[in-house]
Write a protein that binds this ligand. Structure first.
Ligand SMILES: Nc1ncnc2c1ncn2[C@@H]1O[C@H](COP(=O)(O)OP(=O)(O)OP(=O)(O)O)[C@@H](O)[C@H]1O
Length: 245
């Protein structure tokens, strides 16, 4: 699309299995995500959405093709450089939260900041600030087991932001949440979007996808449709709040 994309793939492919039982999970995908853009990815189960997200965040290696994050080329990086890039530049949000059970909310949030090289004091200050931003300042000392599903996901979102990522990649972030918690998470993503955060969200929920700037539909590993939602078709949060989520 443009040279100014923050995230760009060309001819991206990921295959699993052997020649006799080959699954092409991602099949020749060209993607351009602009800075500050929210992209939603939808499609039937098994069409390759999670695999695509894992490739974009350097969690998995591509079989073929290019992945650019800014000026960096993920597909050419060694393991150490890729690990550094993940901890410095990418925020992940997962359906099942992936919090560390034995760490409090604030400790979970500060881990990526520590890994990214912040001092313990600076990491703690940032983590408390982020928990405040997601409305959980009063739960900082709680273990995940003492939090609701929605609160856990908000901690996970705060954690995803604690390395000040260039892009946040969210895989079914509301898949385990009830409608109230879904709405809370939706509000948070909207705030992030307003603040200029680049977001790629895999979701089965059309109402979440409706808040994105662009909706990509995948099938059998490939993009089969891309719809720009800004302007008339983009659902605003005010309308969604009025809907039964
Ligand atoms: N580690 C793996 N080994 C072998 N096959 C895999 C692996 N990971 C994914 N696949 C296969 O790749 C295809 C895409 O899987 P993926 O999880 O990306 O789909 P998805 O669209 O995210 O599905 P869902 O919506 O159910 O989460 C599927 O056929 C899946 O079985």
């Amino acid at each position: 699309m443009t040279d100014t994309s923050i995230l760009r793939t060309r001819g991206l492919r990921k295959e699993f299995g052997t020649a006799t039982a080959l699954v092409r999970a991602v099949d020749d995908v060209d993607l351009d995500v602009a800075p500050g853009e929210t992209v939603a990815v939808m499609g039937p189960s098994g069409c390759g959405k999670s695999t695509l997200l894992h490739l974009l965040g350097g969690l998995e290696r591509a079989t073929d093709g290019e992945i650019h994050l800014g000026v960096q080329r993920l597909d050419r990086m060694g393991e150490r450089a890729l690990a550094r890039l993940r901890s410095d530049a990418v925020g992940f949000v997962f359906q099942s939260f992936h919090l560390m059970d034995e760490l409090s909310a604030v400790e979970n949030v500060e881990v990526p900041a520590l890994l990214a090289g912040r001092s313990p004091r600076a990491a703690r200050t940032l983590a408390l600030d982020l928990l405040d931003r997601v409305g959980l300042a009063d739960r900082a000392g709680f273990l995940p087991s003492a939090l609701s599903g929605g609160q856990r996901q908000r901690v996970a979102i705060a954690r995803a932001l604690s390395n000040e990522p260039r892009v946040v990649l969210a895989d079914e972030p509301t898949g385990n949440l009830d409608s109230t918690a879904t709405l809370e998470v939706l509000r948070l993503f909207d705030q992030l979007h307003q603040a200029g955060q680049t977001l790629v969200i895999v979701t089965h929920d059309a109402r979440i996808a409706a808040t994105a700037d662009r909706l990509i539909t995948m099938r059998d590993g490939a993009f089969v449709d891309q719809t720009i939602l800004s302007g008339g078709t983009k659902g605003d949060l005010g309308t969604l709040v009025g809907m039964e989520l």
